[in-house]
Ligand binder design. Structure first.
Ligand SMILES: N[C@@H](CCC(=O)N[C@@H](CS(=O)(=O)O)C(=O)NCC(=O)O)C(=O)O
Length: 208
């Protein structure tokens, strides 16, 4: 059986959890705080980040985009990529935008923990979040994002949007982009989303 090393707020891990559930793949969830000394992450990922999909042979697959690609190869049905090559590129572009927003939120989150946070650095990260959400809004539809059926783009966009309310709640993107908010609400009603709602975690060790 697969084991997924995850964290309660992690949007990257949530993408993988949703894909595993959507594909009906059984797995055990190992919830950690990757910044605590007790984390198992470095034993499987030299980049020391979760999610890590631990295989039955004990090897770890890491980097959420790669884990999703790996799952698409090893467990192709149901397919989470669109049908045409052009649509696959469009879905991957949505994932690039979504992951990029998450990366900026993480950088902002830790900058705020510093004794003397840099206002310039935080403004730069906020710009990336707002620019990324604008790019997602430009791609929002009243159905699924790419190719007319649920897939990678919806997983990536849905997870980052819900993550913002956990780690960047002061940004009211939903008021600014009603179509995006409606899309997020639709996605959060899916069982795979309802089973993986992000919640904050308590980090007790000094990180920065
Ligand atoms: N690009 C990576 C990013 C993963 C990531 O940043 N994970 C965080 C945890 S969380 O922000 O997703 O909750 C982590 O393990 N950070 C540990 C570290 O940066 O050393 C992916 O997509 O898997």
């Amino acid at each position: 059986m697969y084991e997924l090393i995850s964290a309660t707020p992690s949007p990257y891990a949530r993408k993988v959890r949703i894909a595993l559930i959507e594909k009906g793949i059984p797995f055990t969830l190992r919830t950690e705080v990757p910044w605590h000394g007790t984390t198992a992450t470095p034993a499987y990922n030299p980049l020391e980040k979760l999610p890590v999909l631990v295989l039955p042979d004990g090897n770890g697959i890491y980097e959420s985009r790669f884990i999703l690609e790996w799952l698409e190869v090893k467990h192709p049905a149901p397919r989470l990529l669109p049908d045409t090559a052009e649509e696959v590129l469009a879905a991957r572009e949505v994932e690039v935008i979504a992951d990029g927003i998450c990366d900026a939120v993480v950088l902002l989150f830790f900058e705020r923990m510093r004794e003397a946070p840099s206002a310039e650095w935080m403004a730069r990260q906020r710009r990336k979040v707002e620019g990324g959400v604008r790019a997602l809004a430009e791609r929002a539809t009243d159905g699924f994002m790419v190719g007319g059926r649920f897939g990678l783009a919806d997983i990536a966009a849905g997870t980052v949007l819900r993550y913002l309310s956990v780690r960047f709640a002061e940004y009211d993107w939903a008021a600014q982009y009603p179509a995006l908010a409606a899309m997020s609400t639709r996605l959060e009603a899916r069982p795979s989303f309802a089973a993986t709602v992000p919640v904050p975690q308590t980090i007790v060790e000094k990180v920065v």
